[in-house]
Every structure is written in structure tokens, then in C-alpha cells.
Design a protein around this ligand. Structure first.
Ligand code: ADP
Ligand code: MG
Length: 685
């Protein structure tokens, strides 16, 4: 019952059906043929031989060549799952995990969650002793190591999308290298879309004990094998902007319309950065198709980003009905993690959302930043999968040649390391600076992380996990600040409320906003707005949602995202179970919002800010690093500007904006983290 794009005869409007009649139309045989046409198929025997004989096999192949969907199947067919063993295939992104798992399930003709399953945070579709091929995020595999440090149930672990260098991938690679020395039966496959196989091989080759490499353990070669899968990409013509583009959203929209007007059939893939600009561009394109029917009728416009409901995600894989042209407006998820068939035109904004962390100011945020040449080439390549294609870059050729960096920076070198440190500590790795990293994090960032963890009461004077707090925080699959807030809520007697808040914070947004409906949206929000701030507002929304009988109409009326609320319910249940497991007391504070604010402070004290006395434009400064920050217009405290606030995250556009803000009493800061605030000269006056 996969949703598919269906042509509505009457208005030429599109809707999607999830009816049972949506059979894919492929028989089993034809699916088998499709599999054999993929470039990796020719390498099947070679891959199996290398995996058999080498501890580590590095496989490089263009996106769409069949690495992710085929290799786990080959490995299974070769008997690596006999005797109840499991193959793991990791992805940096949740959405990719779901997409590839459902594809493999379809190819194998099995049911999701049985032989083939997936696990992402808060969603486990696997069955013990039944699931043999498991797709999961690299973060989830890291968590599994807390219970099973040698990952004994896996016979083969495929670390996919290694070129992305996500923070969890890097930690995982370092740990797997350690595990390998203890488990000669384990096989690693590192797969990636770009050629940095050599540095990866160097990483797995350099051993403190060089002798180990030469020795063969039972015929096993420790030297990593490298295999490169020849793709069959077609030529892609590249078109640059003639002048720098002032507004990349507008520019991509105009380019899509131009392609549609002037170019022969073929689908369009647009790379933007995130939900905001994707929604904006989808809306502009839809307006265009409704007003000027001549130019743009026949366009089917689909967004693609994580946080989209499953049914909508799956739509992007559905072919466009005859005579229509599909436009997929995506984040960089479509760069290498998932393959879309039928793309002939690519529009590259030149940007993506990237995490940046400054250890001096201790501020981490997601920033829209220029991509690297490596990414630009990947994006371009998406246009040449089925036939020669065209790529439109929304930047000048001069910019590409002179200013665009060659490679991106590994995420571990631009992230806050708090979660990373806690996970390594929980795995018993104490010398974190001396850890064997594929790319070393900065010592400043490491020291900052240790300092925060010490103040949170997670690490003791010897930088070991404290008991019970440290171990409890490590056990909860959330940002350590959220986890600490949860643990504190047990003492404050408001864990029921804080679990709801934690669930909401783990979701992108519970609101539906959009251009042109700002006023209605603000009014809707006002119905729930709490003077204390956004966290308490979330509680009001949640309560009203329950009172409505979890109604989707109620959500619609109040600009609340129904799917997000379902997710909140789900996450809430899971968090409740975790809370019980680690011995927290589940209790409601029955409206005592002081307790709730105190619990929030216990987790997020490091994000405290004070309104500048002489500021008339709502400028705050962080107490920690004296950084200028402002309350985000989406917050219920926007323009209210209480003197003391705590935020949960920052976004930076023209300024640094605090999202999810709550007002506090400054004396709670000293209570929550005496070491953190006492050393500073008079920070609270
Ligand atoms: P790689 O990992 O090398 O980028 P994949 O294994 O993801 O390649 O994809 C191989 C092929 O499988 C794609 O070219 C596409 O034809 C098909 N495919 C993958 N995922 C899907 C999907 N969700 N729906 C339809 N076809 C898919
Ligand atoms: Mg892949």
C-alpha cells in the first residue's frame, strides 16, 4: 500500500492514493532484471570475495549504482546471516534508512519488520531472531554498543555514506576499528559515493601495532581492500548564473519555470537547504502553476526533507503520470543518500544547512552555508542517471572555481561535542583526546564539552561518568541537556510535563506556518500562549490536543501539525518507558509551572541570557560568552522580552535568534550549576 502519484482527470490536479490497487506493476522476475541492470551487479562476485577475505572492504561507487540496496542482499545471499547472525547497514540520515529499507523489502518480496527491518531513534521495526538485514542510523548503532560493546550479533557491518563524515559515522569508524581487533570474524564494508577511499584505507591501515597488518589471522587479510564500481553516468551540461544571485529561492523557482517552458520532458531536482526555503519555493511554484496555466500546468511539485510524513516522503519515488513533469524540491538528502529515478535537470542553489560550532562563544547553530565542490559535483551527477542531462548552478563559474571549497569539513570538527564525549565515556573510553579519530576534533571544543558535562553533574572530578546521573543521561537517546532536564524533573515532581516538553523539543516543529497566513497563525498560537514561554505553551497545546480526542480537524483549525503531534505521542511513550527503566519517578506537578521552569533550568542553564538593560530592540546577551542574541519571532515571548530567559536552540540568519524560550529566575542558575556560574565575575548582576 505505497502511496503513488495519480492523475486526476478533471482538474488535472494531483492527489495521492494509498489504495491497495497501487501494485507496483513489476512482477518478481522484472524486479530481478532491474537488480541485474545496476552497475554493482557486475561486481557481485568480486565484492563477496573481498568481504570473505578482508577484514575491511572499501567500496566507492556513484550514487544510484546499487551499493545500499544491493550489497546487503548479496551478503545475505552468500550466507552471512546463517545461524541467526545479522547484517547491519548504517546511514547518517533517518529518512534514508526508511527509504532504502522499504525499497529492499519490495525487492525481496518480504514484509517490513520481518527478515528486513530498520531502526531509527524512537522507531524500531525489527524482530529479534527474525530480522537478518537491518538498516539503521549510525547513531542507533552507537547506542547498541552500550549494551553490546562488540556488536556480537552482527556478522557484517556496512557503514554507508562514509563520505558524508557525519559525527556519528566518524565515532563509529573509530570504534569499529577497535572492535575489529577483538573480533576477527567481523567484516566491515565502508561505502561511499566519492573518492576519498585512500584516506579511509589509510585510517584502517595505520595501526599502533604495525605487525598486525601483515599477519593473516586464519587467512584473513587485515589490509583494507578497495573496490571501485564503474558507474554509467551520462554527460551533464553545466549552466552557471551570469551574475551573483541575490535571492536563491527566487532564482531556483524562476529556473524551474524556465526549464519547464523550454526544455523537453524529464523530471527536475532542486537542491535547497531545509524545510523553510523548500516550503517557500513549493508555495511559489504552486502559485505559479495556479495563476499562469499556460507555462506551468503539468508540473507536479513535491517537497523532500526529513520530518515530512512517511506517505509524502514516498511520493517522490513514484513516477510522474504521463505528460506531467515532476519537480522534487529537496535538502541535500537527495545528493547521495537516496536515488530518484527520471531526473534529467538539476537546479543547485549552492547552499545547504550545516552545523557550526564556535568553542569560544560555545554557540552551535545550523547555518545556511555554501556547499563544497565535491557536493556540487554530486548534485550535478544526479542529472545524468537516465540520459544526458543539464545542471543549473545558481552561482557564477568564477565563484565555483575561485571561492568554493574543495571538500566539506567533517562534522566532528564543527560540532558541539557534548553528546560525543558522553557516548564514548559510557563505552568506557576515557582518553578521548587520544582516541583514534578519522579526523580529530579540536581540543578547545573537547574542553568545552568536558566543562559542560562537569557542570551538568554528568562527569566527576576525574572526568568519569557520575552515578547515577551520568549513566542515566548516557542511557537517554536525547541531547544531554534534555536528558538532564528529564532527570531533574523527577526531583522537581514534574516528570509527566517535562517528558511532553522533551518529546516536543525532539521534533522540528509542532506548528504549521506558511507565507500569507502569518496573522491566522499568530492568532492560533495566542490561544495557547503562556506567559512563562514556549515550553509551557507546548504543554497547553498538548493538553488541548488530548482534550480534542487527538483530532486532526482540531489540529487543522489551530495550525498545529497533526503528524508532529502523533509523533509527540509516540516519542512520549518511548521516553516514559526509558524514564521508568532508569528509575525516574513519573509524576505530574498539577499546574505548578515553577517546578517545570526549574527542571528546564537544570538542563539548559548553559543557555541562559539576560536582556540588555539599555536595549530597546530586545537584545539579550548570553551569560556564558556575552554573545548578542534575540528572541525568534516564532516564540511566544517575542516582544515580551522577560529579563532572564533560557533557550533550547539557536538559529542564525541576519542575527542569532533563540528558539523555544522560557523565562526563569536567575537564582535558579546558581542552584542548578553552582560551579558553572560562581567562577565568573559577577555574572548575575
Ligand atoms: P547507491 O546506494 O549506490 O546510491 P541504491 O542502492 O540506493 O544506490 O539504489 C540503486 C537503484 O535502486 C536506484 O538507481 C534506483 O533505481 C533503485 N531504487 C533505490 N531506492 C528506490 C526507491 N525507494 N524506489 C524506487 N527505486 C529505488
Ligand atoms: Mg546509497
Amino acid at each position: 500500500e505505497k502511496p503513488r502519484l495519480v492523475d486526476d482527470e478533471e482538474g488535472g490536479v494531483l492527489f495521492f492514493s494509498a489504495s491497495a490497487s497501487s501494485s507496483s506493476g513489476y512482477g518478481y522476475a522484472s524486479m530481478e532484471k532491474q537488480r541485474q541492470r545496476l552497475p554493482v551487479y557486475k561486481y557481485r562476485t568480486a565484492i563477496l570475495y573481498l568481504v570473505e577475505t578482508h577484514a575491511t572492504t572499501i567500496i566507492v561507487g556513484e550514487t544510484g549504482s546499487g551499493k545500499t540496496t544491493q550489497i546487503p542482499q548479496y551478503i545475505k545471499e552468500a550466507g552471512w546471516t546463517d545461524g541467526g547472525r545479522v547484517i547491519a547497514c548504517t546511514q547518517p540520515r533517518r529518512l534514508a534508512v526508511q527509504a532504502v529499507a522499504s525499497r529492499v523489502v519490495e525487492e525481496m518480496g518480504v514484509k517490513l519488520g520481518e527478515e528486513v527491518g530498520y531502526t531509527i531513534r524512537f522507531e524500531d521495526l525489527t524482530k529479534p531472531d527474525v530480522t537478518a538485514v537491518k538498516f539503521l542510523t549510525d547513531g542507533v548503532l552507537l547506542r547498541e554498543m552500550m549494551d553490546d560493546p562488540l556488536l556480537t550479533k552482527y556478522s557484517v557491518i556496512m557503514v554507508d555514506e562514509a563520505h558524508e563524515r557525519s559525527i556519528s559515522t566518524d565515532i563509529l569508524l573509530g570504534l569499529l576499528k577497535k572492535i575489529q581487533r577483538r573480533r576477527p570474524d567481523l567484516r566491515l564494508i565502508i561505502s561511499s559515493a566519492t573518492i576519498e577511499a585512500k584516506s579511509m584505507a589509510d585510517f584502517f591501515r595505520t595501526s599502533k601495532k604495525r605487525r598486525e597488518l601483515k599477519s593473516m589471522e586464519g587467512g584473513l587479510l587485515m589490509e583494507p581492500a578497495i573496490l571501485s564500481v564503474e558507474g554509467r553516468g551520462f554527460n551533464v551540461e553545466i549552466n552557471y548564473a551570469e551574475e551573483p544571485v541575490p535571492d536563491y529561492v527566487q532564482a531556483t523557482v524562476s529556473t524551474v519555470l524556465l526549464i519547464h517552458e523550454q526544455e523537453p520532458s524529464g523530471d527536475i531536482l532542486v537542491f535547497l537547504t531545509g524545510q523553510d526555503d523548500i516550503d517557500a519555493s513549493v508555495q511559489l511554484l504552486n502559485e505559479e502553476t495556479q495563476t499562469s496555466r499556460k507555462n506551468s500546468s503539468g508540473l507536479i511539485i513535491l517537497p523532500l526533507y526529513s520530518g515530512l510524513p512517511r506517505a509524502e516522503q514516498e511520493l517522490v519515488f513514484s513516477p510522474a503520470p504521463r505528460g506531467k513533469r515532476k519537480v522534487v524540491v529537496s535538502t541535500n538528502i537527495a545528493e547521495t543518500s537516496i536515488t530518484l529515478e527520471g531526473i534529467v535537470y538539476v537546479v543547485d542553489s549552492g547552499f545547504s544547512k550545516q552545523r557550526f560550532y564556535n568553542p569560544i562563544s560555545d554557540i552551535e547553530n545550523l547555518v545556511v552555508a555554501p556547499i563544497s565542490k565535491a557536493s556540487a559535483r554530486q548534485r550535478t551527477g544526479r542529472a545524468g542517471r537516465v540520459r544526458p542531462g543539464k545542471c543549473y548552478r545558481m552561482y557564477t563559474e568564477e565563484y565555483y572555481i575561485k571561492d568554493m571549497p574543495d571538500e566539506g569539513i567533517p562534522e566532528i570538527q564543527r560540532s558541539n561535542l557534548v553528546s560525543c564525549v558522553i557516548q564514548l565515556k559510557a563505552l568506557g573510553i576515557d582518553n578521548i583526546l587520544g582516541f583514534d579519530w578519522p579526523a580529530s576534533p579540536s581540543p578547545e571544543a573537547m574542553i568545552r564539552a568536558l566543562e559542560v558535562l562537569y557542570s551538568l553533574g554528568v562527569l566527576d572530578d576525574d572526568a568519569k561518568l557520575t552515578s547515577p546521573t551520568g549513566f542515566q543521561v548516557a542511557e537517554i537517546p536525547l541531547d544531554p541537556m534534555i536528558s538532564k532536564m528529564l532527570i531533574a524533573s523527577s526531583q522537581c515532581g514534574c516528570s509527566e510535563e517535562i517528558i511532553t516538553i522533551a518529546a516536543v523539543l525532539s521534533i522540528q516543529s509542532i506548528w504549521i506556518s506558511g507565507r500569507g497566513i502569518q496573522r491566522e497563525f499568530d492568532e492560533a498560537k495566542l490561544r495557547f500562549a503562556a506567559a512563562e514561554g514556549d515550553h509551557v505553551t507546548f504543554l497547553n497545546v498538548y493538553k488541548a490536543f488530548l482534550q480534542s480526542g487527538k483530532s486532526s480537524q482540531w489540529c487543522h483549525k489551530n495550525h498545529v501539525n497533526y503528524h508532529a503531534m502523533r509523533k509527540v505521542l509516540e516519542v512520549r511513550e518511548q521516553l516514559k518507558r526509558i524514564a521508568q527503566r532508569i528509575g525516574l519517578v513519573l509524576k505530574s506537578c498539577e499546574g505548578d509551572m515553577r517546578a517545570v521552569r526549574k527542571a528546564v533550568t537544570s538542563g539548559f542553564f548553559a543557555n541562559a541570557c539576560r536582556l540588555e538593560a539599555y536595549s530597546n530592540d530586545g537584545m539579550y546577551k548570553t551569560i556564558r560568552g556575552s554573545q548578542e542574541v534575540y528572541i525568534h519571532p516564532s516564540s511566544v515571548l517575542f516582544r515580551v522580552n522577560p529579563k532572564w530567559v533560557i533557550y533550547s536552540s539557536l538559529v542564525s540568519t541576519d542575527k542569532q535568534y533563540m528558539r523555544n524560550v522560557i523565562s526563569i529566575d536567575p537564582s535558579w542558575l546558581l542552584e542548578a550549576a553552582p560551579q558553572f556560574y560562581q567562577q565568573r565575575p559577577n555574572p548575575l548582576h
